[in-house]
Design a protein around this ligand. Structure first.
Ligand code: MN
Ligand code: MN
Length: 429
């Protein structure tokens, strides 16, 4: 799998802002008067200076309030770039910067942040009341777009029409949307802000880690309860149903991905799909699952032995367990991410199973189940405090079975702090 490279600055080559008074330019007709919030952003900047380092989720957290510090970073990056504004269109980014969670399906969703600090959230009109409630107390303007409106024509009625250089999320904005945007706004040049956003999201705030800990707490309870419900003869999908029921019961918002239960030889398929295979004595039982809670996710894998394991099963299991430990110990701030993968791989190779560890050792997680960074053997990006990623080595021997053990870790200056408490030693069901 590829990985996203984070650079410290992704905006167009810095062009001195020839017109620092851009915000004072006559931007033309403004629909509904939602672009008159300069004073608000001045106070945001002041607020950010004054509270630097002490981030209070009640003031700038994910739910219901504008995330001032994050928007400030965007504004800061724009300063001197020559950009007129940023148009964020991925629901994840909108949630990240505003706290408003919305799935617009195929409809248009966009957060505009002008270089002068003016902001507006364009969204499907049926989401208007949800947004008003979630954003109560913030100065973000809400611009509803009905199903019969052309969203690009709505943009055109605002001062965005005057913009000549706009940063967008190239990984998200579809080519057809970019074309419509350019057709509506006339001569507009698009730049990518994806790397700036990845850089921001890469370093989790304490309150974000707390959300992840809660998602981990829920999924570990599900694992603990769930394995008590395993019965011989039960199918993989029957156990999936039990586990997903438990997720809801324990307070999860939803599974963070399709729950994976693989029994016996199926456990040797690293991306297998649960089916009607029955759980029988003498094989492995691999469970890989996670939940979303308040926007953040968890991801855990544990592999169990059903009945007494063979010596080979024990040997495979031990190698994976030691690989997790080695990889966790290899997490050191300032060292390349590649070393985490290599530490796990080294242990598994030494045990003689190198050819059966067929994927990277881990992936970033947070707002998304897979996000930056990709923890693989060629990734030279350095480990930073505040990163959260999985460590999940595995050995998959066709015809025998597979073992994967997956922990979610948080990087501190002192190294990896595992968010998991569920035992990693071999448990016999
Ligand atoms: Mn997983
Ligand atoms: Mn994973």
């Amino acid at each position: 799998m590829g990985h996203e490279k984070v650079v410290t600055h992704c905006l167009p080559p810095s062009v001195p802002n020839k017109n620092p008074q851009l915000s004072a330019l006559p931007w033309g007709a403004v629909s509904a008067g939602f672009f008159a919030k300069k004073e608000f952003f001045r106070s945001v900047r002041k607020f950010c200076y004054e509270t630097k380092g002490s981030y209070d989720p009640l003031i700038g957290g994910m739910i219901g309030r504008m995330d001032n510090e994050r928007l400030y970073t965007i504004l800061d990056d724009m300063n001197g770039s020559g950009l007129d504004g940023v148009l964020l269109t991925s629901p994840i980014s909108v949630a990240y910067f505003t706290g408003f969670v919305c799935d617009p399906h195929e409809r248009f969703l966009g957060l505009w942040v002008g270089q002068d600090g003016e902001t507006a959230l364009f969204l499907p009109s049926l989401e208007k009341d949800n947004a008003a409630a979630a954003l109560a107390g913030s100065d973000l303007s809400i611009v509803p777009i009905s199903d019969t409106d052309d969203p690009y024509q709505v943009l055109r009625t605002t001062r965005i029409k005057q913009a000549k250089k706009i940063a967008v999320e190239k990984d998200h904005l579809r080519l057809s949307q970019a074309e419509k945007l350019q057709a509506a706004l006339g001569e507009v040049h698009l730049f990518d802000i994806g790397a700036t956003i990845a850089r921001l999201r890469n370093r989790k705030a304490d309150w974000e880690v707390d959300r992840m800990k809660e998602a981990v707490r829920i999924i570990e309870e599900v694992m603990e309860e769930g394995i008590k419900r395993v019965k011989l003869g039960m199918t993989e999908v029957e156990l999936v149903a039990e586990l997903e029921y438990l997720m809801k019961e324990k307070g999860a918002d939803e599974p963070s991905f399709g729950t994976t239960v693989l029994a016996g030889k199926n456990s040797a398929l690293p991306h297998g799909t649960p089916g009607t295979t029955k759980i029988e004595k003498g094989g492995f039982l691999l469970i890989d699952m996670g939940v979303f809670k308040d926007g953040y996710c968890s991801d855990i894998t544990r592999t169990f032995a059903v009945g007494e394991p063979t010596d080979e099963m024990k040997k495979i299991y031990e190698a994976v367990q030691h690989a997790v430990e080695a990889a966790t110990n290899a997490v050191k701030v300032g060292r390349p991410l590649a070393e985490v993968d290599r530490a796990a791989r080294g242990v598994i190779e030494k045990a003689g199973y190198g050819e059966y560890f067929t994927h990277r050792v881990g992936h970033g997680l947070g707002l998304e189940i897979h996000e930056y960074p990709s923890v693989h053997g060629e990734n030279q990006d350095v480990i930073e405090a505040g990163m959260t990623f999985t460590i999940e080595p595995g050995i998959y021997v066709p015809g025998v079975g597979g073992v994967r053990i997956e922990d979610d870790i948080y990087v501190t200056e002192a190294g990896a702090q595992t968010l998991m408490t569920f035992p990693k030693s071999l448990t016999i069901l």
